[in-house]
Design a protein around this ligand. Structure first.
Ligand code: ZN
Length: 250
């Protein structure tokens, strides 16, 4: 079939007005034509109530087992941050905080780092006192190993109750990035229930407890644990965030 009809008309036939003549005018137009730019980042997450654990220090080594059957990648343990990382924040425009954050977390997998960015940004975990055990729970990773925006990550976060010294474990899930999908929230809720059920099934679990999380580190911390040598970034801590032993105040 001949395609002549698709050919452009002879250039000579094109009216000269098709190309506007440059005016060189510096007059302010009545309406400014703006090009719009926008990036919508969406981070979300859920945490469960806490579960009080008997024999806290033995229970600590049981934390990764609470993700068995739900984890879709290697299970990683992120320990509470020591004093030299007390300002660590995943915010690249704050170079000192960002450097601390990278120094603290570059050893972790892309999945765990993504989970930390999401969950720290929305305040669902605080590594001044939390021990965070993490895995991919749903969805896919890209070719570099980083989770897609609708992948659900998380696991459990544990801290020491400042009143009793018991270990408190809660289920934590999060997701997010450049986009959002309608069913991710439902999947996240289901996974949260699955993790909580695993926590409650643990041999040391004593039941749900309504315990408030410790206040975030207000100062520069500085208490050094006499038992394990950990220098806590959490100024108010009575219990070592790392080993759970009582911190001695000088
Ligand atoms: Zn300690």
């Amino acid at each position: 079939m001949p395609l002549d009809f698709l050919k452009r008309k002879n250039a000579a036939e094109t009216p000269a007005t098709a190309t506007p003549a440059p005016t060189g005018s510096a007059v302010m137009p009545e309406e400014v034509v703006a090009q719009e730019f926008q990036l919508k980042l969406y981070y979300a997450g859920k945490t469960s109530e806490g579960v009080r654990m008997r024999a806290g220090q033995q229970a600590m080594s049981d934390l990764p087992s609470m993700l068995v059957g739900l984890a879709k990648s290697e299970i990683e343990v992120v320990e509470p941050l020591a004093i030299e990382f007390s300002q660590a924040t995943p915010t690249i425009s704050r170079p000192s905080e960002a450097m601390q954050w990278l120094n603290a977390h570059h050893v972790h997998s892309p999945i765990t780092r993504h989970a930390l960015v999401v969950l720290e940004s929305i305040d669902a975990i605080d590594l001044a006192f939390d021990t965070f055990v993490c895995s991919l729970l749903d969805g896919e990773v890209d070719t570099s190993g980083y989770p897609e925006y609708n992948a659900v990550l998380g696991g459990v976060a544990a801290h020491w109750d400042e009143a009793t010294g018991d270990m408190i474990v809660r289920a934590v899930v999060g997701w997010g990035g450049r986009g959002v999908r309608g069913d991710t929230d439902r999947i996240g809720a289901k996974l949260l229930a699955g993790i909580l059920s695993n926590v409650l099934a643990n041999q040391y679990a004593m039941g749900l407890t309504a315990v408030e999380r410790p206040m975030p580190a207000a100062g520069r911390g500085g208490l050094v644990c006499a038992h394990c040598g950990f220098a806590s970034a959490h100024e108010r801590a009575f219990y070592c965030p790392k080993c759970g032993m009582r911190l001695l105040r000088g």
